[in-house]
Design a protein around this ligand. Structure first.
Ligand code: DC
Length: 226
């Protein structure tokens, strides 16, 4: 039996930063499911598929072979054999992913892969539907959120640090739109699982959030130690 920590929440809540630190502390692998949805979105972009055309997205998604490999502890997403990590964290790809991830065929394909990874490894997995759909029996479930304004500022700082030009107000508007899409879609919408612990990170440091989740996991997985 493997151990599973599921972290769900909206865009920019700090899930990936926190999940990576937790995975390191627990010596689990980190599975960034958003990156898988982003790889699918990137594939649609590369192939000039209109994200709003559900039939075309469903059909094309069947030709995308998305897998995960670990290189020096870091997750590499392979799209048809090619490492596409460098292309995934743009606003354009994120906005397309929010639309194409609504597609049932896309979700089916990626969910199978995520369940397989969690069956074979101890995982910290983050996304939108991990505690509710992908790993309903996870040992620890966290719903991590923060206010839209705080999330937008974090994204803005992240992009500016990488030298990308961006507009804070547009980022906040995009975040609100993506929340709306992710929370209201028909299949696997973003919502807090009934048995998830809610953490609002708006006024917490990364280390405070990590410490709080470690405290929850000590209680739920006492035999795992730190
Ligand atoms: O966490 P992120 O910003 O990298 O996610 C990109 C998009 O992928 C997001 O808008 C919603 C979607 N997603 C999803 O539907 N289910 C997941 N488990 C993870 C991400």
């Amino acid at each position: 039996m493997s151990y599973q920590i599921a972290i769900d929440g909206p865009a920019g809540a700090g899930k990936s930063t926190i999940a990576k630190k937790l995975a390191k502390a627990k010596k689990f692998i980190y599975v960034d499911t958003g990156a898988m949805y982003r790889a699918m979105a990137y594939y649609m972009l590369q192939n000039h598929i209109d994200p709003q055309n559900a039939d075309a997205v469903a059909e094309k998604s069947q030709c995308a072979d998305i897998t995960i490999q670990y290189e020096k502890g870091e997750q590499a997403v392979l799209l048809n054999g090619e490492n596409v990590n460098a292309f995934l964290r743009t606003e354009e790809v994120g906005n397309i992913a929010s639309v194409t991830s609504q597609n049932p065929r896309v979700r089916e394909r990626l969910t199978v892969l995520q369940k397989e990874l969690a069956a074979k490894n101890n995982v910290v997995m983050d996304g939108r539907d991990i505690g509710t759909c992908v790993l309903p029996n996870a040992d620890v479930k966290i719903y991590l959120t923060a206010s839209p304004a705080v999330r937008a500022k974090r994204r803005y700082d992240e992009l500016t640090a990488k030298g990308e030009e961006c507009d804070l107000q547009k980022i906040e508007a995009d975040i609100i739109k993506r929340d709306e899409q992710d929370m209201n879609r028909e299949i696997a919408p973003l919502k807090q699982a009934e048995d998830a612990v809610l953490i609002d990170s708006s006024y917490m440091t990364i280390d405070q959030v990590v410490e709080e989740i470690l405290a929850v996991s000590r209680k739920s997985m006492p035999d795992m130690g730190e």
